[in-house]
Design a protein around this ligand. Structure first.
Ligand code: CO
Length: 134
C-alpha cells in the first residue's frame, strides 16, 4: 500500500527564521513557499534526493499546526507516504480498525490528495497518505 516515503513534515514556530537556518546554515534552498489559507498554514518545500522536506508554520490561532506547536513545541510533525489511491487506502485502514483523522481525502499544499491517520494507531507517529496529482 505504501510506495515510498514522500516527505517529512516539520513544525516550526517562525518560518522565516527556519528558512534562514535551512538556507544559510544547511545550504538548502526551498523549491517553493506557499500558503494554504483554509488550513491556516504556510509551507516551505525542499527536495533532498528522493524525499522532500516540508516546513510547516501556523498563520492563525487554532490551526492544526498552531495546536501542535502549543502542545508539543517545534519538531517532527508527520511522515508522508506515497500511495496510489488515498480513498482506497483510507477504506482499507478503516476496515482494519485504524483510527483516521481524515475520513475522506483533502487537498494538500501542491494539489495532491492527502489524508492524515491518527498517531495513536501508528506507534505515535502522525502519518499522511499522499496521492500525486499533476
Ligand atoms: Co505533509
Amino acid at each position: 500500500m505504501l510506495k515510498k516515503l514522500e516527505h517529512v513534515g516539520i513544525a516550526v514556530e517562525d518560518l522565516d527564521q527556519a528558512l534562514e537556518v535551512y538556507q544559510e546554515t544547511l545550504g538548502l534552498a526551498p523549491d517553493e513557499v506557499l500558503e494554504v489559507p483554509e488550513r491556516g498554514i504556510k509551507i516551505a518545500f525542499f527536495t533532498l534526493g528522493q524525499v522532500q522536506l516540508e516546513l510547516l508554520a501556523s498563520t492563525r490561532e487554532g490551526s492544526d499546526i498552531g495546536n501542535f506547536l502549543q502542545k508539543r513545541g517545534p519538531g517532527l510533525h508527520h511522515l508522508a507516504f506515497l500511495v496510489d489511491d488515498v480513498a482506497a487506502a483510507l477504506g482499507r485502514l478503516k476496515e482494519k480498525g485504524i483510527r483516521l483523522i481524515d475520513e475522506t481525502p483533502k487537498r494538500g499544499g501542491r494539489g495532491n490528495r492527502i489524508a492524515f491517520v491518527h498517531p495513536k494507531s501508528i506507534g505515535g507517529v502522525l502519518v499522511e497518505l499522499c496521492e500525486k496529482h499533476g
